[in-house]
Design a protein around this ligand. Sequence first.
Ligand SMILES: C[S@@+](CC[C@H](N)C(=O)[O-])C[C@H]1O[C@@H](n2cnc3c(N)ncnc32)[C@H](O)[C@@H]1O
Length: 323
Amino acid sequence: MEKFLEHLEEFKLRHCHAELESLIHSKREFLNQAKGNLLKFRQVFEKIQDHRPSVIDLKNRVVTIGTPEDLSPEESRQLFQSLDQLCPWRKGPFELFGIRIDSEWQSWMKWERLLPHIKNLKGRRIMDIGSSNGYYMFRAAAHAPLMVIGLEPQSYFYFQYLVMQKFLNRDNVFCLPIPHDEWPKIPRYFDTVFCMGVLYHRPSPVEMLRSIHESLRRGGELVLENLVLETRQNLCLFPEDRYAKMRNVYFIPDLLVMESWLCRAGFKNIRCVDVARTSLEEQRKTRWIQTESLKDFLDPHNPDKTVEGYPAPVRAIFLAEAG
Ligand SMILES: C[S@@+](CC[C@H](N)C(=O)[O-])C[C@H]1O[C@@H](n2cnc3c(N)ncnc32)[C@H](O)[C@@H]1O
């Protein structure tokens, strides 16, 4: 976190130094006073030894760091144990010194759906809202952006990111353990903002889109991925309680509603570039998650419905430019 402050001059953010320093300081205090699970994750992370990876590959589906030969069998055993203690691994896959983390999500599938459509990331200032363990930030880093800042408030995903970054050591990739609503208002700054799998968790999606719009430079690109209804009838689902067993789902728009939200938030050149039903190939239970997965969220007698009787998860990718 603190390393980010050292780059503010280079990132033309020197005017935000005081605000960012105070925010990072308060997050550091919070992490230092960790209790319960947060303390456990921190201790697991702190125990992981430094190893020098002989290879790094961010260009392919599996984010690969090092080879099995870089570690002794005992070092490998210890690393495996630590990674295991940082479960659940939702995003990935990663391969760390030969240890394959077969995450719940095959995240490369989403990346490959969006990559052919988005603007070249080279030299860009990128924000990834809800960056989880950084899988997409590291894939973006392979395209030589100026920098990628991820925001991830969930502690175990943040510590998973720290493990990867410990070995990858990218000096233009940063994750801050803060929610988007706490990020300072820095108008007209980012070239690309990824907001994927987050908007349906927000009670005020248009407000969030407006705030993203403000943070993008004119012509900057939003890459928005969200649960949708596949219709174009100006409909929006607001689950009575849970959706696919998730507690915190608010609005699931259809394709026209999503376009209207983006338009009202000030975006131009709005395009839906992909609509995909979430498959059991893309999201499934592996040994790296102990919780339920997609199969358990669908009606066992009708996989077109969730267990609550709503349409099964379909996700769309929208691109839009800040006006
Ligand atoms: C469904 S996951 C999506 C992760 C990843 N972006 C992807 O598309 O695979 C949602 C992530 O957003 C994070 N999140 C939830 N609310 C957030 C907020 N207000 N600001 C930033 N991240 C948030 C969660 O902790 C979680 O890691």
